[in-house]
Write a protein that binds this ligand. Structure first.
Ligand code: GDP
Length: 364
């Protein structure tokens, strides 16, 4: 599955957000009770109204949403890259994530200490980014030193790695994150393999006061501007509100949301933003037994999409029978869509589209 690491300075609302994410009713849906893998790792359901619609049409006995993993990476403070506090250990956790959700304090509250003594989310973002860049620099220097011997032996892979590490190092030394380096297609895989923290896509999460949840505030606007300049994502959320919603049942939650002038829980927007950031899409498998959503990267071909369900589906792939979501709904199910000529037989090169209802045929 895909993993998002939640980072941010202390006291910005990370734990509040993480707890809301993992304790919410949606996360505890019947089929997959929320499980704490480790204290700081939680799996959440990806909200998708289409799945319920499909299950309703097919009268599926169970509904299984697709999942996303969040990792609460606490302990990141100024000086973390120098091993102050437990910083370095946490940086290792970030390396294993696909993207970073960076929580920024966009609320004023005299009772809650800000580690830097003022509320300035853009400056906070820089503090954390600097730590991440320093951490990348340190690991690059170590890795390049380790490559020296192999380079003397004219090792092609080592040469490629060293060349890419040098490019990242140059960017970082100029104060830019490694994601600003332009990488050729033939280097893309090796580049990703370097697992540099500052190559990961970033989603800024503006944690605003309850009264600003619907419209944001001057702090979140400053963050939005920064995010746009960096090509990063951003969402406005009130962790406090999300925490409250997570303790309500569905009906109460809806009433509470409309009182706050909100259309949906901020967590839904957060999860969706993570999906967009990672270029993820959903396809469905639908039958009387279950309706289920599956996550793939955009541009995934049918056999690899089938492989998300089971490796054997990919290995023995013959073809897929596919109905677009809209056609499935318009036909009131598989039979109707088929009669309308909307069921397609697709081969190995078919690129699965968001919302496709898929049925895979494979050799065992
Ligand atoms: P962390 O250190 O980043 O994990 O921060 P916490 O989630 O523990 O939050 C630190 C404190 O800020 C807690 O007392 C929270 O209740 C409080 N807090 C979190 N979000 C908000 C908010 O939107 N408004 C206000 N006033 N307090 C908040």
């Amino acid at each position: 599955g895909f993993r998002m690491g939640i980072v941010g300075l202390p006291n910005v609302g990370k734990s509040t957000l993480f707890n809301a994410l993992t304790k919410t009713a949606a996360a505890q849906a019947a089929n997959f009770p929320f499980c704490t893998i480790e204290p700081n790792v939680g799996e959440v359901n990806v909200p998708d109204a289409r799945l319920d619609t499909l299950a309703g049409i097919a009268k599926s006995a169970s509904i299984i949403p697709t999942r996303m993993t969040f990792v609460d990476i606490a302990g990141l403070v100024k000086g973390a890259s120098k091993g102050e506090g437990l910083g370095n250990q946490f940086l290792a956790n970030i390396r294993e994530t696909d993207a970073i959700a960076h929580v920024l304090r966009c609320f004023e509250d005299g009772d809650i200490t800000h580690v830097e003594g003022r509320v300035d989310p853009v400056a906070d973002a820089e503090v954390i980014e600097t730590e991440l860049m320093l951490s990348d620099l340190e690991s690059i220097e170590k890795r390049r030193a380790n490559l020296v011997r192999k380079l003397k032996g004219n090792d092609k892979e080592a040469q490629q790695q060293d060349r890419l590490l040098a490019a990242a190092q140059a960017a970082l030394e100029e104060g830019n994150p490694a994601r600003t380096v332009a990488v050729d297609a033939e280097d893309a895989k090796a580049w990703k393999g370097l697992q540099l923290i500052t190559t990961k896509p970033v989603l800024y999460v503006c944690n605003v006061a309850e009264e600003d949840a619907a419209n944001g505030n001057a702090f979140s606007e400053a963050v939005a501007k920064m995010a746009a300049e960096q090509g990063a994502g951003h969402v406005v959320i009130s962790a406090r509100i999300e925490e409250e919603i997570s303790q309500l049942d569905a009906e109460e939650a809806e009433m509470f949301l409309s009182e706050m002038g909100l259309e949906e829980p901020g967590l839904d927007r957060l999860i969706r933003a993570g999906y967009e950031l990672l270029h993820l899409e959903t396809y469905f498998t639908v039958g009387p037994k279950e309706a289920r959503a599956w996550t793939i990267r955009k541009g995934t071909a049918a056999p690899q999409a089938a492989g998300v369900i089971h490796g054997d589906f990919e290995k023995g792939f013959i073809r897929a029978e596919t109905i677009a979501y809209e056609d499935y709904v318009a036909g009131k199910g598989e039979q109707g869509a088929k009669e309308a000529g909307k069921m397609r037989a697709e081969g190995k090169s078919y690129i699965v589209k968001d919302g496709d209802v898929m049925h895979f045929l494979f050799n065992t």
